[in-house]
Design a protein around this ligand. Structure first.
Ligand code: PBG
Length: 430
């Protein structure tokens, strides 16, 4: 039942389990209930909404045919109509110590005492419209399961991808981000396949836009899936990741994605100055309307392990610590945020998500721009693994973690749980 969702705002709880019945919540505030209709536009399937205010036990009370004045006169005359008695005080179990009540002027538990009150005072909401669904694609025709990410697949771009997008849209998730698994034969030290207009990503974008013109498509801008070195930039002989030369390639990649129809390009590479350069390149080609979501505070995290397995994009040597941020750093996120803001980023992203809630809150408080959080592969896989082993309740932990990312200040969340969580919010089970 819907009220099992972690304090979700869509949950109108059953009071006493009696007063409200037949409720099927919709979570997207933009959606209106159309009684009797089951079609969906770009939200949850519409549901019939039935609220019964009271149960008929002994039938309705008989009216005596008195007017207001007669009713008042009866009460003044001491003829007070009967109402249910004052309820008895519930008994405590035998052995409960008898203590004087604490002299508290504030008892915060008062506002939590019933599901209806908790729903009234919930500060954070979460809806399918807040999710961006990351999807792995490949050239194959079949969908290949990703071992380290139960429930995730490398989707065939012509079939599985289109079907997965349709499922997501059915429950109100209308934003996706694409990650390609590129054949080894197309990888090179300079990652030139990244800006092939007929490459996997541009082809997939064109196909999706043809089928779903209103789908919001985010793309990843970085060389790692295309680099024979598995790094986000061009690697010099001595192992140094070359900054400005990489930015040159990224500009071409972003323009190629925009040309195919991408709505938001998302540089995840962490090179310096790439936001300004990409903005300039997009504008020069007539793509003023294409947004940039910058991976502003992207940390050199071990939580990306399963993702790299998914794309077979592990760095061939070394690590990404000369461009991704040190997980021990907080203030440095502000340096990146100031740069990205002044270079024209439209959205600032923090990655990973849950272990970096303080950074999300920092950017939320310091920047007027929308904030995105990326609940990365390792976070997803840990919750899945805990669920499979029956160590935690997967669905509740999933909803709680997503709600916490919103509470910390994320407007949107990139999450592999997007479909599963949206189904939950729409009151559907898999
Ligand atoms: C690479 C990229 C990575 C992720 C998104 N884009 C991996 C990395 O930086 O090595 C990780 C996403 C995840 O772990 O879910 N540009």
């Amino acid at each position: 039942m819907a009220s099992s969702i972690f304090n979700a705002p869509c949950t109108v709880p059953a009071v006493n389990g009696k007063n409200y019945f037949g409720l099927k919540p919709a979570v997207n505030n933009d959606l209106r209930f159309d009684v009797g209709k089951t079609t969906s536009i770009i939200g949850c399937p519409k549901r019939v909404f039935t609220v019964r205010a009271s149960e008929k036990k002994d039938g309705p009370l008989k009216k005596l045919g008195l007017n207001d004045a007669e009713c008042e006169a009866a009460v003044v005359a001491g003829n007070v109509p009967e109402a249910p008695p004052v309820p008895p005080r519930p008994a405590a179990p035998a052995g409960t110590p008898a203590v004087p009540s604490l002299p508290l002027s504030r008892r915060p538990r008062r506002n939590r005492k019933s599901p209806a009150m908790r729903a009234s005072f919930q500060e954070t909401s979460i809806a399918p419209a807040n999710f961006v669904y990351p999807l792995f694609i490949h050239e194959g025709e079949e969908d290949t399961p990703i071992g380290a990410m139960p429930g995730c697949y490398r989707l065939g771009w012509r079939h599985g991808l289109v079907e997965e997008v349709a499922k997501a849209r059915d429950v109100g998730v209308n934003s996706i981000v694409l990650f390609p698994k590129v054949p080894d034969g197309l990888k090179s030290p300079t990652g030139d396949e990244a800006y092939n207009d007929n490459g996997l990503v541009p082809r997939a974008i064109r196909l999706l836009k043809d089928k779903y013109p209103d789908l919001v498509i985010y793309t990843d801008v970085a060389l790692d899936p295309y680099s024979s070195d598995g790094h986000d930039g061009i690697v010099r002989e001595d192992g140094v990741i070359m900054n400005d030369e990489t930015v040159y390639q990224l500009c071409k990649q972003a323009v190629s994605q925009a040309r195919a129809g991408a709505d938001v390009v998302s540089p995840s590479d962490m090179m310096d100055g790439r936001i300004g350069a990409i903005r300039k390149a997009l504008d020069a080609e007539g793509f003023q309307h294409v947004s940039i979501m910058s991976y502003t505070a992207k940390y050199a995290s071990s939580f990306y392990g399963p993702f790299r397995e998914a794309l077979e994009s592990n760095p061939r040597f070394g690590d990404k610590k000369t461009y991704q941020m040190n997980p021990a750093n907080y203030r440095e996120a502000l340096v990146e945020a100031h740069e990205d803001e002044s270079e024209g980023a439209d959205i600032l992203l923090v990655k990973p998500g849950l272990p970096y809630l303080d950074i999300i809150r920092l950017l939320r408080d310091k920047s007027p721009l929308p904030i995105a959080a990326y609940q990365v592969s390792g976070e997803y896989s840990m919750i899945k693994a805990g669920g499979v082993l029956k160590m935690i309740d997967e669905e509740r932990v999933m909803m709680e973690s997503l709600t916490c990312l919103r509470r910390a200040g994320a407007d949107i969340i990139l999450t592999y749980f997007a479909l599963q969580a949206a189904r939950c919010l729409c009151g559907e089970k898999r």
